[in-house]
Ligand binder design. Structure first.
Ligand code: B12
Ligand code: SF4
Length: 475
């Protein structure tokens, strides 16, 4: 069959992210014998025009829309992206007879809403590189793929889905041949990293999280030796800035340790990052081997340094774990980005102060602290139930494509915004979502690349903010 996969994401903050999922799906469909093209809309000046041209070239039987972001998860400056799908779907319907299939992280989060919204024929929830070729095979035989695990559709106005995740990593395919499908240089010249996933699934039960919907509760691992080989291959191709995009990189601990030990032995010429470290599994052994493996930046997603709030979020760790992680970080050179999410369940002015106090006491000035305000509520999460009980959320799930946020009823948004703004003004290593949403951040990324600055740019937060202040910018 002729297949066009469209990577629809055009959001460039904090950096444009390479559409790994779309490329994996395209490559799998090609391996299954189909003729496949990928259209990446990220840098297209006129996306509809680009789409029309591609439709003419390939005359597709199936068009797969890869949908990464519903919105920017930002309560202070909310932006939605899902509306961009309508003109794309209309163009596809008007110009072709093709079957429209949705996939991508956003689709796993809100499949029913996106199917109804776009009028697409099918949605795939999860591992597209496994399910999509099977779906294409069914369609090529004029069979309906209603029995396939991981497929969802609307049947006579009723939403239907087949759950069940399929084994992955069995064929050793961790990363696609990016340069076959997308303009890799365009990404690299904006300081984007090359994504790599070493496992799927998460055993934690944080109340707001959608990740288990995307990847499931059970872990599915990639063999550590295979991860090392893949990273070595990427380095040989000149792709050296590599980011682990696992839900939580250091859980399970032994898996992360085995990967880092393998990399420390093989010593490929790479600059590694992961922004998804859990304080529960931070120790000197891991950080030492991460440094040897080539890590140049890590992020710890602690969300809060208040025990009450950590309990409300069901993070599965305590303030002691957070403090211990900070002590471990202090003993190592590796730059660290601390990620907090303020305003969750049980948050009060006192708990916010506890978190600020922790940042003041435990976080080195050379590290960076990111404060996010409010939590995006997704249908099917415990946070949704809580928000409904507390009267914070009243709209039905079908209307939740438009971003809705949780803010603890014990906290005033004005106070929280003011408090964080004040903290930012006195600490040059603190940032918030306004910083990530800066309109000139893409230009800054490009400038950084030209000046030879290596990713991650956040390592230089203090200097960048100081420089921008000299130009009179209050950032
Ligand atoms: C790592 C990560 C990041 C990293 C990315 C680093 C990098 N170099 O890529 C960073 C920190 C930069 C980041 C930033 C953001 N992220 Co993020 N991120 C993730 C995370 C944890 C993993 C994404 C990933 O790469 N997965 C691995 C690949 C292989 O999977 P995949 O792309 O989903 O593809 C598979 C399937 O989706 C499917 N598939 C994909 N395309 C297609 C197409 C078709 C046709 C089919 C059939 C199937 C299919 O098959 C693929 C292979 O199995 C996800 C959560 C998650 N568990 O998915 C959030 C997630 C994708 N991020 C999200 C968001 C919101 C953001 C930000 C907007 C946050 C912000 N305000 O800055 C930015 C946007 C960045 C941008 N420019 O677009 C949301 C998106 C959904 C939503 N709520 O809108 C997610 C789902 C988290 C969440 N809150 O639920 N992110
Ligand atoms: S640890 Fe991360 S991925 Fe796992 S449930 Fe919590 S927020 Fe989600």
């Amino acid at each position: 069959m002729n297949i066009l996969i469209v990577a629809t994401n055009r959001y460039c903050g904090p950096v444009p992210v390479m559409p790994i999922g779309a490329c994996l799906v395209a490559e799998a469909a090609e391996r299954a014998g189909h003729k496949v093209r990928v259209l990446d809309l990220m840098f297209e000046e006129n996306p509809l025009h680009a789409l029309e041209s591609e439709l003419e070239i390939i005359n597709p039987d199936i068009v797969g829309l890869s949908i990464r972001n519903i919105d920017n998860n930002d309560m202070q400056n909310p932006a939605s992206f899902f509306q961009d799908l309508i003109p794309l779907a209309q163009t596809i319907h008007n110009k072709t007879q093709s079957t429209l299939v949705l996939g991508g992280a956003a689709v796993a989060v809100m499949p029913e809403e996106l199917l109804r919204y776009t009028g697409a024929d099918w949605a795939i929830l999860g591992d597209g590189e496994v399910v999509f070729p099977k779906l294409a095979d069914s369609l090529s035989k004029s069979e309906l793929p209603c029995q396939l695990p991981g497929v969802a559709w609307i049947d006579d106005s009723v939403f239907r889905k087949n759950t069940g995740y399929v084994a992955r990593f069995s064929d050793g395919c961790l990363v696609p041949g990016f340069d076959r499908w997308i303009d890799v240089h365009a990404y690299r010249s904006r300081l984007s990293t090359v994504p790599i996933q070493t496992k799927l699934g998460c055993h934690f039960k944080c109340v707001y999280c959608t990740y288990r919907k995307i990847e499931g509760y059970d872990y599915r691992f990639c063999d550590p030796a295979m991860v090392v080989d893949t990273i070595t291959d990427l380095a040989d191709k000149g792709l050296r800035d590599i980011e682990f995009v696992d839900n939580v990189f250091n859980s399970p601990y032994d898996h992360a340790l085995a990967i880092c030990n393998g990399l420390a032995k093989a010593r490929p010429d790479v600059r590694l990052q992961s922004l998804e470290l859990n304080p529960l599994f931070m120790d000197d052994e891991l950080l030492t081997v991460m440094e040897k493996a080539g890590f140049v930046g890590i992020g710890i997603t602690v969300e809060s340094a208040s025990g009450v709030v950590l309990g409300g979020l069901q993070k599965g760790f305590t303030v002691e774990h957070v403090q211990n992680a900070a002590r471990v970080v202090q003993r190592h050179k590796i730059p660290c980005l601390w990620i907090f999410m303020l305003g969750g369940p049980c948050e009060t002015q006192d708990t916010v102060q506890e978190t600020l106090h922790f940042a003041e006491q435990f976080i080195r000035p050379k590290d960076v602290v990111f404060f996010n305000i409010g939590i995006r509520i997704y249908p099917g999460t415990e946070l949704e139930q809580r928000a409904r009980k507390e009267g914070v959320l009243t709209i039905p799930p079908q209307e939740m494509l438009e971003p809705v946020f949780y803010l603890s009823p014990n906290l005033a948004l004005d106070w929280l915004t003011y408090t964080i703004h004040s903290a930012l003004s006195t600490h040059l290593n603190y940032i918030d979502s306004n910083t990530i949403g800066l309109s000139f951040l893409p230009t800054l990324n490009r400038l950084g690349y030209r000046l030879g600055i290596k990713s991650p740019l956040w390592r230089h937060t203090r200097f960048i903010r100081r420089g921008l202040r000299l130009f009179g910018m209050d950032v």
